[in-house]
Design a binder for this molecule. Structure first.
Ligand SMILES: N[C@@H](CCC(=O)N[C@@H](CS)C(=O)NCC(=O)O)C(=O)O
Length: 248
């Protein structure tokens, strides 16, 4: 099999992995566990310029980054019967496109920044309670109202039928729920989350066992050392190149 999703549980690859499980295409797209022991190694930087998760490959000569792009590609390639993307009209399809962009640009960064602050103690250079406050406000005043408006009292994001939109939203909602950002006061969204979190694919991807992959500073340590070594090597190469240019 040549299609591979490089995935670390509870990272942004999670909803793509859930999509693969829901569509039952694990025999066509291998979900490769890419943990902290490999993050930011040479192979990782070869495939992802920022050394982030997810990335996706088809053989040796095609790779892709950005979770929404990977998901769209897999939808085109494997959801040909429209099992998870049976849009009723062009407007619903456009709303899906909106979600595909709203997630990586707004929903995920807000939740991720609140999460990141839970890793830092006072005194750490990145510790900043203002970040939590700002992003909690974005969550409460911008994200929840927008999602709730389109969700209404529907069973799933697009009505009665479960779709890839519910798979995308599962990811930030898991994190928001863990962080206490999602509360029963956000009734429509909270009830919706309770519903979608019962699905077998959700339970498999966000299992208790997979929680061991939730980040801590210690887990990242090894990969940050690799990054620092790489940055040093690149800086040395740059100086060498500049010296050679001056000599020529
Ligand atoms: N916009 C990117 C975001 C990817 C991203 O930020 N991934 C995070 C984890 S969820 C990551 O790999 N962080 C590790 C790091 O930056 O070192 C996407 O949607 O694919």
């Amino acid at each position: 099999m040549s299609c591979k999703l490089y995935h670390c549980p509870f990272f942004a690859s999670s909803f793509i992995a859930q999509f693969i499980v829901d569509l039952k295409i694990q025999d066509q797209v291998e979900i490769v566990l890419f943990g902290y022991d490999k993050m930011k190694n040479d192979f990782h930087y070869e495939k992802h310029p920022q050394g982030r998760i997810p990335f996706y490959t088809e053989g040796d000569d095609f790779s892709l980054i950005e979770s929404s792009a990977i998901l769209l590609h897999l939808l085109d390639k494997f959801d040909t019967d429209k099992k998870l993307s049976n849009w009723v009209d062009g407007k619903q399809k456009a709303r899906f496109y909106e979600l595909l962009l709203f997630h990586p640009t707004t929903i995920y960064p807000a939740v991720q920044q609140v999460f990141a602050q839970t890793l830092f103690q006072p005194g750490h250079p990145a510790y900043n309670p203002q970040v939590t406050e700002t992003n909690t406000k974005i969550w409460n005043e911008e994200i929840v109202p927008h999602l709730s408006k389109h969700l209404g009292s529907q069973k799933f994001f697009f009505g009665d039928e479960y779709s890839v939109a519910d798979i995308i939203l599962s990811y930030p909602l898991v994190l928001a729920n863990d962080l206490g950002l999602l509360t029963p006061q956000h009734k429509a969204l909270y009830d919706y989350y309770s519903r979608i979190s019962q699905r077998p694919s959700f339970q498999e991807i966000y299992s208790e066992a997979n929680r061991e992959y939730l980040p801590t500073l210690e887990k990242y340590n090894e990969s940050w050392v690799r990054k620092a070594e790489r940055d040093k090597k690149l800086a040395e190469l740059k100086i060498q190149k500049e010296q050679q240019q001056q000599e020529n």
